[in-house]
Design a protein around this ligand. Structure first.
Ligand code: ATR
Length: 279
């Protein structure tokens, strides 16, 4: 008997989650099966309920359903409550637990895989949509010197600043607000790379020692990472590590065992990957 899990989204065909969780299950000898489910745009709840009725134990949730998953959960972790988005559902006896492992995935990739500690660092987060919102609390919990949020539409960054003020040192603005400022870590959390576009940030935010991170991944470096390199940034990273680390945290929530992420990251890097973000 296998326990059933899946990733649910729309579109979902290119998701790497079935590959990742199948390797995790083999590594840790868990009797489970993990598939991908395409839910109709107007049929998320029904699709989740039918998966649960078939004996499903848990789901990863991706675009565009993270807010609906947040609303569907009957119990939430603190990090999901604060992110107002759920990427992991666990079916318990009488409850549906909603969690958000995206932020911890990003933090672990930066700290454990890339070896850069966040404490006391100056961080620039670009973007103020769901992807940005999901990582703010875990970043602040690592006690950076400052977390600056820059967005094309600055009002959205300012709303996030207000929401997260109680949790740490956070400022907000548009791209030019942070011109000529020094940052240790710059993170692109916009969806621009999905359209082969990039946030038009000032060139002077990049320094040789800045880690420049794009939550997006693909065969080639994103335009944003190439641009950062052209400005002299020596260390750039795409979102593959975050993808695998958030998956590992979901796996731990479901199964209570921690899989090894590094071999899976290496395997994914050798594959032909379509441009994508955290699925
Ligand atoms: P997600 O949930 O993936 O974060 P979202 O909530 O639609 O998606 O937010 C998209 C983010 O990417 C926003 O910060 C958006 O900026 P605006 O708030 O100004 O719209 C940003 N974004 C998308 N395309 C962009 C582009 N070409 N240049 C700059 N920012 C872009």
């Amino acid at each position: 008997m296998f326990d059933l899990y899946a990733v649910i989204g729309n579109p979902i065909a290119h998701s790497k989650s079935p590959f990742i969780h199948t390797i995790f299950a083999q590594q840790t000898h868990q009797a489970m099966q993990y598939t991908a489910i395409l839910a109709p745009l107007d049929g998320f709840k029904k699709t989740v309920e039918s998966f649960h009725l078939q004996g499903g134990k848990g789901l990863n949730v991706t675009v565009p359903f993270k807010l609906q998953a947040f609303q569907l959960a009957t119990r939430l972790t603190e990090r999901a409550t604060i992110a107002q988005a759920v990427n992991t559902l666990k079916f318990e006896d009488n409850e549906i637990l909603g969690d958000n492992t995206d932020g911890v995935g990003l933090v672990r990739d930066i700290e454990l895989n890339l070896g850069i500690s966040i404490a006391a660092k100056r961080i620039l987060l670009i973007g103020a949509g769901g992807a940005a919102q999901g990582v703010i609390l875990p970043l602040l919990q690592r006690k950076p010197a400052i977390l600056a949020i820059a967005n094309r539409t600055p009002q959205k960054a300012q709303m996030l600043q207000q929401q997260f003020l109680p949790f740490g040192n956070i400022i907000a603005g548009n791209y030019t607000s942070f011109s000529n400022k020094h940052f240790d870590i710059i993170i692109n959390a916009t969806s621009a790379s999905l359209n082969n576009a990039m946030p038009e940030v000032p060139t002077d935010i990049f320094a040789p020692a800045t880690l420049v991170y794009d939550m997006m991944y693909g065969n080639e470096l994103s335009r944003f990472l190439k641009f950062a390199q052209e400005q002299g940034a020596r260390q750039v990273a795409d979102g593959i590590g975050m993808l695998v680390e958030q998956a590992a945290e979901s796996f731990f929530l479901w199964r209570g065992v921690t899989p090894q992420t590094k071999p899976v990251i290496t395997q994914l890097r050798s594959m032909n990957l379509k441009q994508d973000i955290n699925k």
